[in-house]
Design a protein around this ligand. Structure first.
Ligand SMILES: Cc1cc2nc3c(=O)[nH]c(=O)nc-3n(C[C@H](O)[C@H](O)[C@H](O)COP(=O)(O)OP(=O)(O)OC[C@H]3O[C@@H](n4cnc5c(N)ncnc54)[C@H](O)[C@@H]3O)c2cc1C
Length: 430
C-alpha cells in the first residue's frame, strides 16, 4: 500500500464532519443543502466510480412528476395523501433545479410531457420482484382476468378506503373522469386548472401508430443528465465539498466516538457522520433496508430527418418512456417484460429488453421511418415495497437518503434538503 504524504492526510483524506457515500444526484444535492444549512461543515463525497455510476448519469433526463396512469395506480397503492406528498416533492424538485441552474447549463427544455394510451405493448405482466405494488398495473387493454394475476394488492386499509375497481383508462369516459379528478387534486401543487388534458389530435401530428389517446402535461420538461451532474459537482466543489472518485466504501465501524470508513482504496477514512446515498447499492452498507435494485435499459436512434415530435412521453404507467434528443429518439424501459431478470445491479443490456424496445420504436413511435440504433446502455434504480424514498437516521452516526423509485431527477433536490435538515438538526434514529 502506498504511504500517504502528510499533505494528502491533511487535505484530500482529512477527517471530515460528514462523509457522503455516492456522488449521484442525491449525494450531490445533499452536499449542497448541508453546506447551505451549515457552511462550516467539512464534507467529503466518496464515489465508487470514476464519475457518478448508478442512475444519475444514465437515465432518460425527464423532469417529470408522474403520468396519469402511474398516478392512478400509485394512488390506489400508496393512498392519495402520500401520493400527493410524493408528487409535490417531485414538482418542487423540478422548480429548484430550474431556479438554481437555469436552462442552458443543464440542457433544460420545456416541450411538455405526454402519455400514450393504446395498444402499443403486449408486455406480459409476470410477477415483479420490485415495486410490485406500484408498477404492475395492467396495460389499459388488459383483461379483468389479467388484472387479478398481478400482485398489486394495496394495504388492507387502503383497499377498504378505495373499495372500487381501478379505472379503465382505455374507456374514454373513465379516462376523462380520471383526468378531471387528478386535475382537481393537482391544482394545489401545479397551480394549473388542467395539469392533464386530452390532445388526441396530436397523435397524427407526432406520427405515432397504435395509440388510442394522448394526454398532455405542459408542466413537464427534459434535461441533459450528464450536464446536470457536472453542474452540481462544480457547484458543491465551489462550496468547499471534497470529492474522491474511484473508490467505494466497503464498510464502517464506530471507533472512539467517530466512524472509521473502510474503502476499496485501502486507507480508512474518518468522519463524524456518514450519509449513505448509494440508492440501489445501499444494501452493501445497510442490508436491513427495503430496497430492490431494478435495471433500466435505454437506446438512442440515429438522427431522424424531420422528427415530428418534441417532449417526454410515457406509456404503460411509465414502464416505457421516450423523448426527443434533438433529432434523435431516446427510448427506455420495458422492465416489466422481465422483472426477475432486471432485478439486478449488473450494468448490462440484454437482447430481450432491447428487442422489445426496438419493437415498440418501430410499431408505435417511428412507424415506417428508417432508423438505426446508435447507443444502448443501462443504469440501476432502487425500488422497494413502496414508492416513498427512505430518508432517516440509522443511528447517531449513520444516515441514509435512498430509494428514488425511478424518479430521482425530480426528487433528489427535496430529498437532499430533507436529509440535510435532519442531519443538521440532530435527527433521531428512525
Ligand atoms: C434507465 C433509467 C432511466 C431513468 N430515467 C429517469 C428520468 O427520466 N427521470 C427521473 O426523474 N429519474 C429517472 N431515472 C431514475 C434516476 O436516474 C434515479 O432515481 C436517480 O439518479 C437516483 O440518484 P441517486 O443519487 O439516489 O443514485 P445513483 O445515481 O445510483 O447514485 C449512487 C452512487 O453511489 C455510488 N456507489 C455505489 N456504491 C458505493 C459505495 N459502496 N461507495 C461509494 N459510492 C458508491 C454509485 O457509483 C453511484 O454513483 C432513471 C433511471 C434509469 C436507470
Amino acid at each position: 500500500m502506498v504511504q500517504q504524504s502528510v499533505w494528502e492526510k491533511e487535505s484530500f483524506f482529512a477527517p471530515a464532519d460528514i462523509i457522503i457515500a455516492g456522488s449521484g444526484l442525491v449525494g450531490l444535492w445533499s452536499a449542497y443543502y448541508l453546506k447551505k444549512l451549515a457552511p462550516s461543515l467539512s464534507i467529503t463525497i466518496i464515489e465508487r466510480g470514476l464519475i457518478p455510476s448508478g442512475a444519475s448519469t444514465r437515465n432518460a433526463g425527464f423532469a417529470c412528476f408522474g403520468s396519469l396512469s402511474e398516478l392512478v395506480t400509485d394512488a390506489r397503492n400508496l393512498g392519495m395523501d402520500q401520493l400527493l406528498e410524493l408528487v409535490d416533492m417531485r414538482y418542487r424538485g423540478i422548480k429548484k433545479i430550474k431556479k438554481i441552474f437555469g436552462s442552458e447549463a443543464i440542457g433544460y427544455e420545456k416541450h411538455g410531457g405526454y402519455e400514450l394510451i393504446g395498444s402499443g405493448s403486449p408486455a406480459p405482466k409476470n410477477t415483479p420482484a420490485a415495486n410490485s405494488a406500484t408498477r404492475t398495473h395492467p396495460t389499459p387493454q388488459a383483461t379483468p382476468e389479467a388484472d387479478s394475476t398481478t400482485d398489486a394488492t394495496p394495504p388492507d386499509s387502503q383497499a377498504a378506503e378505495q373499495g372500487s375497481a381501478a379505472p379503465d383508462l382505455s374507456d374514454l369516459d373513465q379516462l376523462r373522469s380520471s383526468i378531471d379528478e387528478f386535475n382537481r387534486l393537482l391544482k394545489k401543487i401545479t397551480g394549473q386548472q388542467k395539469t392533464f388534458r386530452l390532445q388526441n389530435e396530436k397523435i397524427g401530428e407526432f406520427g405515432f401508430a397504435n395509440v388510442q389517446y394522448l394526454i398532455e402535461n405542459q408542466s413537464e420538461g427534459q434535461l441533459h443528465s450528464g450536464k446536470l451532474c457536472q453542474a452540481l459537482i462544480r457547484l458543491v466543489q465551489s462550496m468547499g465539498v471534497n470529492i474522491l472518485n474511484n473508490t467505494g466504501i466497503t464498510g464502517y465501524e464506530k471507533v472512539h466516538g467517530h466512524l472509521l470508513l473502510h474503502t476499496q482504496y485501502g486507507f480508512p477514512l474518518i468522519a463524524q457522520q456518514m450519509l449513505v446515498t448509494t440508492n440501489a447499492f445501499a444494501l452493501q452498507l445497510l442490508p436491513q433496508l427495503d430496497i430492490t435494485p431494478a435495471r433500466g435499459q435505454v437506446l438512442v436512434t440515429s438522427p431522424i430527418e424531420g422528427l415530428p415530435f418534441k417532449g417526454s412521453f410515457h406509456f404503460d404507467e411509465g414502464f416505457y418512456y421516450f423523448r426527443d434528443l434533438g433529432d434523435r429518439v431516446l427510448l427506455g424501459g420495458a422492465r416489466n417484460m422481465a422483472f426477475e431478470e432486471e432485478t439486478t445491479t449488473e450494468m448490462a443490456t440484454t437482447e430481450r429488453i432491447q428487442n422489445e424496445l426496438e419493437r415498440f420504436l418501430g410499431e408505435v413511435i417511428l412507424p415506417g421511418r428508417f432508423h438505426t440504433i446508435e447507443h444502448r446502455w443501462s443504469g440501476i434504480m432502487a425500488m422497494g415495497s413502496e414508492k416513498m424514498p427512505i430518508i432517516k437516521a440509522v443511528n447517531e452516526h449513520v444516515f441514509c437518503a435512498v430509494r428514488m423509485s425511478g424518479m430521482g431527477v425530480a426528487l433528489a433536490p427535496i430529498v437532499g434538503e430533507k436529509v440535510a435538515t435532519l442531519m443538521t438538526s440532530g435527527g433521531e434514529p428512525g
